[in-house]
Design a binder for this molecule. Structure first.
Ligand code: ATP
Ligand code: LTN
Length: 333
């Protein structure tokens, strides 16, 4: 008998425009997994409102994100692409899992600590219980793997803890998934401050996927390189974080090794290296930007994609939710 495909799931919050970190750390790797796995990719819009949003902007970014997923090569015929808020089971299982997650373990989440420090005037309950909703996002689909960047590993681990705790009480209700962290691009650092990850909250160091080529080039030419006396291109994240970050971007985009890159720029210095990385990124992003724009002009098609996605996702999610409701003792409808 043919072995069934394993299942994968991941999501990104439409809390900002997608950037090179999201692409190299997440979406680029997803494309390579589509043939091998049964894949669910979603827009985590419900997570986004843990921080105040401008409603029209949130809608625009959610739709753009769908278009970008498709433009990056996630074929809606082969993948389930959907919007989290279109599948009510996420909120429904999220509540149940709230009741199986401890205050203490949520208090230890790095992202909660970071985000509450940054939004001191809005430390809401949703921000705190975010990992429970994320666990629901995952466990509803019984995935084997959850591809995420390094920064989300802690959330996949708490999801595993919650699943194990629930299974321990009620039997094997949830498959306990593994995080799946890419080897390259797992942590793209900011161009203006290479000690921090590239993030939309620092726009001058962040390359957005929809950005114009001249703006991308300007950001790369201004990229912070290192103040050491040695001015040549060499990979050493400890003493040369800026150059090493540019090298890892160049490697992820071109497929070259660090040795190849050192050889290519031997004796040429940073002045030649920075625009070369910029050009490689511009060429990588050009077809993605053009295809995203083309898709955004065809709203009816995008609607058909996310409607079909919600239907397929709901079917799978409701199966798990029904099982959970039964286990915890809710009276069947
Ligand atoms: P923020 O910009 O506010 O830090 P974000 O851009 O990281 O948010 P997320 O929704 O947290 O957005 O990330 C979406 C996906 O992209 C996750 O899998 C995350 O690990 C990955 N990712 C985000 N930034 C980077 C980065 N700089 N390097 C590698 N992967 C990243
Ligand atoms: N928390 C993630 C987005 C996210 C997610 C998920 C990722 C929400 N639910 C389920 C993987 C699986 C983030 O902020 N990057």
């Amino acid at each position: 008998m043919e072995k069934e495909k394993k299942t994968l799931l991941s999501g990104i919050q439409p809390s900002g425009d997608l950037h090179l970190g999201n692409y190299l750390g997440a979406i680029k790797n997803w494309k390579e997994l589509c043939d091998q796995f049964d894949c669910y990719w979603f827009m985590a819009d419900m997570h986004t409102i843990t921080v105040r949003q401008e409603p029209a902007e949130l809608r625009r970014r959610t739709l753009t994100q769908i278009a970008t997923y498709i433009a990056c090569g996630l074929d809606p015929e082969k993948n389930t692409i959907f919007v989290q808020s279109h599948v009510p089971a996420h909120a429904e299982l999220g509540w149940v899992l709230d009741c199986y997650t401890m205050f203490g373990e949520l208090s230890r989440m790095t992202q909660f600590k970071d985000k509450s420090a940054r939004n001191a005037d809005n430390i809401n309950a949703g921000l705190f219980t975010y990992p429970c909703l994320m666990a629901a996002d995952i466990l509803l689909y019984q995935p084997d793997f959850v591809p995420v960047g390094e920064d989300q590993k802690q959330h996949v681990e708490i999801c595993r803890d919650i699943a194990n705790r629930f299974n321990h009480v009620y039997g094997e209700v949830f498959r306990v998934p593994e995080p799946y962290i890419p080897k390259t691009g797992a942590r793209v650092m900011g161009l203006s401050a290479p000690e921090n990850k590239m993030s939309k909250s620092v726009p001058e160091g962040c390359v957005f996927l929809m950005e114009k080529p001249e703006d991308i080039m300007r950001k790369f030419k201004r990229a912070v390189t290192d103040s050491d006396t040695e001015r040549w291109v060499r990979y050493d994240p400890e003493t040369k974080p800026g150059v090493s970050n540019l090298m890892s971007i160049y490697a992820a985009v071109t497929g070259k090794t660090y040795e190849d890159i050192e050889r290519e720029f031997d004796g040429k210095g940073y002045g030649a290296f920075k625009p070369a990385v910029g050009e490689a990124v511009v060429e990588l992003l050009r077809p993605i930007r053009e295809e995203t724009e083309r898709l955004l002009a065809d709203k009816a098609y995008l609607e058909s994609v996310y409607r079909a996605g919600a239907e397929k996702a709901s079917y799978a999610a409701n199966k798990t939710l029904r099982k959970v409701y039964k286990k915890v003792g809710f009276l069947p409808r």
